[in-house]
Structures are given as C-alpha cells and as structure tokens.
Design a protein. Structure first.
Length: 368
C-alpha cells in the first residue's frame, strides 16, 4: 500500500466526521439557530471545498482589481493564515507597502503587491475585522478570501473555485475535502480553474457534475496563464528563454502539481521539483538544500512562485539565479461574469462591463 493510500485510509473516517459536522453547522445557520451578522457594504465570498490549492488568492486579486476599475471602494477580509502579528483584528490602510506587513501572512503581502488602493481587514472573525475597517474607510464591496465556510458573516454572493484537474482532491488528498461536494448547493457561482488549456471532455464532465449538484449556480472558467519569470533587481526572463534553461522548481502550495503543470505545459523542462507544506516559511537551510540538489543534477537556475517568494528568509543569498513565475488570471467569460456580479449586487451592469465606466458609491449603498 502506498503512503498516500495509507494516509487516506487513516484520515478518511476523520474527514467524514468533519464533513458531517460541517453539514450540521450549515443547517443550524440555515434554520436561524446560529446567527449570521451583516456588514454595511456588500459582501462577496470567494472560497472552495478543498483544502487549498484552487487559486482563491489570485482570483480575489483579479476581482478586486476589476471592481476597482469600475470605481468601487473595495476591501479584502482575510483570516491572515500563518500570521504572527499580535492584534486580534487588524486593518491595513490602502497604499501600505507589502514589505511592511511581513508578520501578517503571505496572502496579505500578495494583496498589497498587486492592489494599491485596497484596504485589508485581518481577523478570525471577518465580521469584526469588517466592522473595524468600515469605521475607518469607505467600502462598497468586501471580498472575503476563503470565506465559503465562514458562515457567521452574511454574504451577497458565494463564488466557489474548483480545480478542473482534480476537483475532489483524489490525486493529492485522497478525496479528503473540507466539505462534501453537496456543499456546492450553497454556491452562487462555480468557477472551474484550469492550469493552462484543459481538455474539453474534462471541463464538460465537471460542468455536468456541477450542474447536477447545483442547477441554479452560474458556471465560469478561470485559467492561469504564464507571463514571464521575474528575479531581483528588475531582471526578467521570457518563457521562451526559460525553455532553454535547466531549472529546478520548488513551491509550498495547496496544489503544487498545478504549478509544475503550468510550467511543463509551456515546454519548460524541470530537472527536479521540491514541495513543502502550504504557506511554508523557508529557512536558510531549506534554500541551501534546494541549491545543493540543483548543483548536483546540473541545474542552472531555480523557479518558485510569488507566494513562495514572500516566504523566503530576509536577505536570502543564493549562488544561482532564482526566478518567480509571473502569472495572469484569465477569466474566459469575463464580460458575462462581471455583468452577472453587477446584477447580483444591484450595481448598474454597464459600470462593470468590459469597457464600462465608474459607478457611484451611493448607488451601491442604496441597493444594500
């Protein structure tokens, strides 16, 4: 029996008990026995039913940028997984530099690297963090990263991501999920995330499964597109140039195979791959081991992700080039998705069209 199968057989009873408890908790909220609390602004939850690895953070960044471009005041509410900052609830003002929030977790740093005008609220209670944020800044829409299971906060929309290559985690977690696939019945929209081009049959099959579970949910496709590779001091490397290199890749993601597949689909030949637990904070010893491996097998550079980049030790020195993969989030039906979000939130749909203008904050607040 393989290690993965052995682990799955041991963990599955616990996962089934967890899923049963999650389903009971959902029913208690649905029947009003547990109370949801409402924030003043609109709330859009972005989540999944897997234990990570579906691209919630990149999609949250994409959607926040899209809403900002329509003139909306956007915040992001997050638990701040792995943070060491002592505050129970914390608000990070718009324009804060990413290197100033090293104690607040890698996701927060990524928000600030990509979104200059977004305030971030951090706390185990997204309601408390959201109220604190609303007291200090104007907000039209809160985006709740990893919020599908955070039922204590009322939401206007639930967007749920599924990894098209492994939607039920059978390849990487032995079918262990946060919630049963039946939980997708709560989703307002189901987003199928593909690592590069996905086969039509695989996408069609997953769309049919999603439709059987929740016929009312809208479905959209999201994919990750590799743009280039970045290094320190503004150095970059094109995808074509990387095809001629001999890289070793490493990452600490919920679905590391998705990252490696994105690279290999572009014709990049990886000499070796190394994985760590999701959100791993690297030590100098970790990097030394990776570099020794790379030198032993004749590699000439290292590749990681932007999320891993912010988890490297400060001032880390390597004897070979280290690149991080710069990727874009592409929504195949972007115009349809933003139009639907606008309608669902009571926003003039023209303001969220692909070429639309701004929308007034008063209009959003009035529709609350």
């Amino acid at each position: 029996m393989s290690v993965r199968k052995s682990f799955s057989s041991i963990a599955r009873p616990g996962a089934q008990l967890w899923n049963a408890g999650a389903a009971l908790r959902v029913r208690l909220y649905q029947r009003g026995l547990l109370r949801q609390r409402c924030l003043r602004a609109k709330v859009v939850s972005i989540g999944n039913i897997a234990w990570g690895g579906t691209g919630k953070t990149p999609f949250t960044i994409w959607l926040a940028g899209r809403l900002q471009s329509a003139g909306l005041k956007v915040s992001i509410l997050t638990r701040g997984y792995g943070r060491t900052s002592p505050e129970r609830n914390k608000v990070i003002p718009p324009g804060t530099a990413a290197d100033a929030v090293g104690m607040d977790g890698d996701e927060v740093q990524l928000y600030l690297r990509h979104l200059s005008g977004v305030a971030v609220g951090i706390g185990a209670s997204r309601y408390d963090a959201g109220r604190l944020l609303e007291e200090r800044f104007p907000v039209d829409v809160h985006l709740v990263d990893d919020g599908f299971q955070h039922l204590a906060l009322a939401r206007d929309l639930d967007l749920v991501l599924l990894d098209a290559s492994d939607p039920w985690c059978k390849q990487r977690m032995g079918g262990l999920l946060r919630e049963s696939p039946r939980a997708l019945r709560r989703a307002s929209a189901i987003l199928l995330r593909c690592h590069g081009p996905a086969s039509d049959d695989a996408v069609r099959d997953l769309l049919e499964q999603a439709h059987r579970i929740n016929p009312a949910a809208r479905t959209f496709q999201v994919r990750t597109e590799l743009r280039n590779f970045e290094a320190q001091r503004g150095i970059s490397c094109s995808v074509a140039e990387m095809r001629a290199r001999r890289p070793v890749a490493f990452c600490a993601l919920g679905n590391p195979n998705g990252f490696f597949t994105t690279l290999t689909n572009e014709g990049i030949r990886l000499l070796a791959c190394r994985t760590y637990h999701d959100h791993h904070r690297y030590t100098p010893e970790d990097l030394a081991r990776i570099e020794r491996l790379a030198r032993r097998i004749g590699a000439d550079c290292l590749i990681t992700t932007e999320k891993d980049l912010v988890n490297l030790p400060t001032g880390a020195a390597l004897g070979m080039p280290l690149y991080w993969a710069a990727v874009d989030t592409i929504v195949e039906q972007e115009a349809a998705l933003v139009h639907w979000i606008g309608q669902s939130l009571g926003i003039d749909s023209k303001s969220l069209s692909a070429d639309g203008g701004a929308v007034s904050r008063q209009e959003v607040s009035a529709s609350r």
